[in-house]
Design a protein around this ligand. Structure first.
Ligand SMILES: Cc1ncc(COP(=O)(O)O)c(C=O)c1O
Length: 370
């Protein structure tokens, strides 16, 4: 296994706890422990105070898997295996399905592990870029699929662009995967965060070839729990994933499982909070890019918690970000951290100090580029 440096995670490791304002985070402003415990039912509160800190169920606590299954129209608890974050799910699935002689298709830009873990197994990886205005490249994916293609990976809503794959596009992709006998992994860690009216279905509900990757970190604003999952009606695949997990984390953390269960029991409240933060911040971003039309190219995200605008001036975005951090204490993530060309940067719409960050970005732009 040969894993390259994870550019974005190293960047965060360097700056996340020293920069004053993280204007490029992909998670939503986290809940505190006491806020979350306040949502617990009397029975959950009792279980919390009496919780055994031993090992838990390898596939995930049954009560938690039951709550997770309720996020899907067609699944039950046995269609879910939990992981430590979405990251472990990506690692397990890529290693279970891929290897030398196998092939994966990955739509980019994307979170680095979606393509580099696949490549690290020895599989050949074809990256298919999103089209203009982040349109979904269904025809290009069709052309990229080969007889040895085992896995097609997309992320919707997409990090960093905020593009959302529509139900028709997803159905078209599921058809391609059925014909090719390939698994469709849809990384849905930003699910439920759609800025319009229509929420596309989960891949696992749409097709027996569909695998949905979920997590508490993003839409549910609980990244510190490190609870993620894979959902699919393909029980044989789930069994292989469970066997793989015996070599990584064995089981999840008991406190995190219960806290995730409490949050999912209150999914409506938790998601309303996240959506309201992101909607407010998106309106601020709209205002900023309207004012600076000509300096930035703003492709409004359709969903998710991030956007991927482009700085148009002949000035490298890496230098822009470094100077912004030095002068204003604001962290942006250059597109090169996503292996994406041009002068793009990721803007994170989920944090409660977003307005302050955008004011500083405005002042910085005014000082240096007006
Ligand atoms: C698209 C995508 N998938 C997976 C992950 C990993 O999520 P987690 O940190 O919850 O493991 C991230 C994190 O940023 C992500 O953006």
């Amino acid at each position: 296994m040969n894993l390259p440096t994870f550019a974005l995670e190293r960047y965060f490791d360097r700056h996340e706890f020293t920069a004053e304002i993280i204007l490029c985070a992909s998670d939503v402003e986290p809940w505190t422990l006491s806020e979350l415990i306040d949502l617990a039912s009397p029975q959950q509160a009792h279980r919390w105070s009496d919780l055994s800190l031993g090992y838990t169920h390898a596939a995930g606590h049954p009560a938690l898997r039951n709550q997770i299954a309720k996020l899907y129209d067609t699944l039950e608890a046995d269609d879910i295996v939990t992981f430590s974050g979405a990251e472990e799910g990506i690692f397990a699935l890529s290693n279970v399905l891929l290897g030398p002689g196998k092939h994966a298709v990955v739509v980019v830009p994307a979170y680095q592990s979606l393509f580099d873990v696949a490549a690290s197994t020895g599989a050949d990886v074809t990256k298919v870029p999103l089209g203009p205005e982040w349109s979904f490249p269904l025809e290009k994916i069709a052309k990229a699929i080969r007889p040895e293609t085992e896995l097609v990976i997309i992320n919707s809503p997409n990090n960093p662009t905020g593009a959302v794959t529509t139900e028709e596009e997803l159905a078209g992709l599921a058809d391609l995967c059925r014909t090719a006998d390939a698994t469709l992994l849809c990384d849905e860690v930003y699910r439920f965060m759609v800025h319009g009216e229509t929420h596309p279905p989960a891949a696992a509900d749409l097709s027996p070839y569909g695998v949905s990757l979920g997590v508490m970190s993003k839409s549910f604003a609980l990244a510190g729990l490190r609870i993620g999952w894979i959902a699919t009606s393909d029980r044989e695949l789930l069994a292989r994933l469970a066997i793989f997990k015996d070599y990584t984390t064995i089981c999840s953390s008991a406190p995190s499982e219960l806290l995730a269960e409490i949050a999912l029991d209150n999914a409506g409240t938790v998601l309303r909070r996240s959506r309201s933060i992101v909607a407010e911040n998106l309106a601020i971003a709209d205002g900023f890019f309207h004012k600076w039309d000509g300096a930035f190219q703003w492709t409004r995200p359709s969903g998710g918690t991030t956007a991927f605008p482009e700085f148009i001036a002949p000035y490298e975005i890496e230098e822009f970000a470094a100077q912004l951090l030095r002068e204003e204490g604001v962290l942006l993530a250059a597109g090169s951290l996503f292996h994406w060309p041009g002068n793009h940067f990721r803007l994170g719409l989920g944090r409660s100090n977003f307005a302050e960050g955008m004011e500083r970005l405005d002042r910085f732009t005014e000082t240096h580029f007006s």
